[in-house]
Design a protein. Structure first.
Length: 501
């Protein structure tokens, strides 16, 4: 059977940020189980400028459905310069419901795909395979931006009938690799594949990670966990693969870094909803870190609006170093200053990731280098949380930063050198793989010392805890020609703290 109807739906309910349309039903409800065939319904409508964040289209799924398939289109009228045009995301929730943080999530592709399908055996990347059970499913449209003329949309839903197959058990990557014992490990923890809006396959990402000299990566697709089980055969003693998600809200993006495999974190809230704390706790309860991503990025919805009270670290360097990264570093440094002046308040470590989606974007530009007891999820996340890390533009750059006193006390990145206020402290930086760069020491009093890197890459500077509550290092390329006047970053460290408090 093949039936095609065109329905024009009207809104029957609206709540804050959500519009629910009149539902779609199919004629075959209660038909013979296992019988083949398909039915299609087509839905059209128009959303006005200022439409809610999410539009729910209920779909009544009867018994005997083998696969549900959805496609959509929307118009893109011309708009004046400086005016946002139409952009619309799509996803789906099953009969378990659409409640934020609930169990009904079955997939999201944002604006990366115009169609998807779900069955027990398989699903389009971005979506979760599993039984197509009877009940009310919801196709969810996300009108990200709407032109002044409004947005005309068309959604086509097809149910294919027949006996359901078996859902394969997901093959999640292990949480430990062989490693080198206690060592510095290099990772890229913000990556996208075909499971969201990337163009690389997981196999291509794994190959690029190995070529970049990385020890571990984290898969972080936009608002979906479908990639968590897509890495079978790609991990090994030389490459650890962690699971996560880029939770992509309308008020900024946050990395759920290293969460348990299969754990989904919802994104459907804004800063005004006072909901972020709940989902930040969800990230931590499932083993992950809360890391605001590219907080000053200029793309629509990318700027971070939730504050940093719930953050475990912050991504200050995202892809090739640009002006918005410079803003992120400056804002992060201000947070360090505030922490040192508050009597020991927790400080926020920095990290950097590539956010690579496709060629020619480079996996491992930049990368976070973490001191960890072994190459495992727990050890790496503990190192990031403690700030025992620094950021490099590539694996060619190597760096050490230490602070010592004349009596032999010493501390490294993320540690505290306990010294009296007036005790002289020697800060030593050693860098290789960054010829032609300059090195700076930055403290709570600002950038106090800058020098071209000598041929041996070794720089030494003296201070006291009274003059410098912390010291961190920046290694920069020559400035003046690029987007950042002071020079693009080649390496950036978390601080070494000085003093007894």
């Amino acid at each position: 059977m093949h039936r095609r109807d065109v329905l024009r739906l009207t809104a029957i309910a609206a709540a804050t940020g959500v519009l629910t349309l009149e539902g779609v039903s199919f004629a075959r409800a209660g038909g013979p189980e296992g019988a083949d065939g398909e039915e299609t319904r087509k839905v059209t409508g128009r959303l006005p400028a200022g439409a809610p964040d999410y539009v729910h289209l209920p779909v009544e799924v009867p018994r005997g459905v083998r696969e549900i398939a959805v496609s959509y289109t929307y118009d893109r009228p011309a708009v004046p310069p400086g005016t946002q045009g139409n952009a619309c995301d799509i996803g789906i929730f099953d009969e378990r419901g659409t409640e934020p943080g609930g169990s009904g999530f079955r997939g999201w592709s944002g604006g990366a795909r115009s169609e998807f399908a779900i069955s027990a055996e398989r699903a389009t990347p971005g979506y979760l395979a599993g039984p197509v059970r009877p009940g009310t499913w919801h196709v969810v449209l996300g009108p990200y931006t709407v032109a002044p003329q409004g947005m005309a949309y068309e959604v086509t839903v097809t149910l294919r009938y027949g006996r359901q197959g078996a859902t394969p058990a997901p093959a999640y990557p292990p949480q430990r690799a062989k490693g080198r014992g206690r060592s510095w490990y290099r990772g890229d923890n913000h990556l996208h594949s075909v499971h969201s809006d990337g163009r690389r396959t997981p196999a291509e990402i794994a190959a690029a990670a190995r070529a970049a000299g990385l020890d571990w990566i984290t898969t972080t697709e936009h608002n979906t966990t479908s990639s968590h089980g897509a890495w079978q055969g790609l991990w090994g003693d030389d490459l650890l693969i962690l699971t996560g998600e880029e939770v992509t809200t309308r008020n900024g993006h946050v990395l759920a870094l290293g969460t348990d495999p299969g754990v989904f974190v919802d994104w459907r809230y804004r800063a005004r909803d006072d909901a972020f704390g709940r989902f930040a706790r969800r990230i931590r309860q499932t083993g992950g870190l809360v890391v605001p991503a590219h907080p000053y990025a200029t793309c629509v919805g990318c700027g971070w609006r939730f504050g940093f009270a719930e953050a475990d670290a912050v991504e200050v360097w995202n892809g090739p170093y640009t002006a918005d990264d410079e803003m992120a570093v400056a804002a992060w440094d201000a947070l360090l200053v505030a922490a040192t002046r508050s009597g020991g308040r927790r400080w926020l470590p920095a990290m950097g990731n590539s956010d690579a989606h496709r060629e020619p974007q480079v996996v491992g530009l930049p990368q976070t280098v973490v001191l960890a007891d072994d190459l495992s999820r727990d050890a790496l996340l503990a190192g990031i949380r403690a700030g025992r890390s620094w950021i490099a533009e590539s694996s060619a750059v190597r760096l050490t930063l230490t602070a010592t006193t004349g009596r032999g006390a010493h501390a490294g990145i993320g540690e505290r050198l306990r010294a009296d206020h007036d005790t002289e402290v020697t800060v030593r930086l050693a860098v290789t793989g960054a010829p032609g760069c300059s090195a700076s020491f930055v403290t709570d009093q600002g950038r106090l010392f800058t020098t071209p890197l000598p041929p041996d890459g070794r720089v030494e500077w003296r201070t006291t805890a009274a003059r410098s509550a912390y010291v961190r290092a920046e290694v920069r390329r020559p400035g003046g020609d690029g987007p950042v006047e002071t020079g693009a970053m080649a390496a950036l460290t978390n601080p070494v703290f000085l003093g007894r408090h």
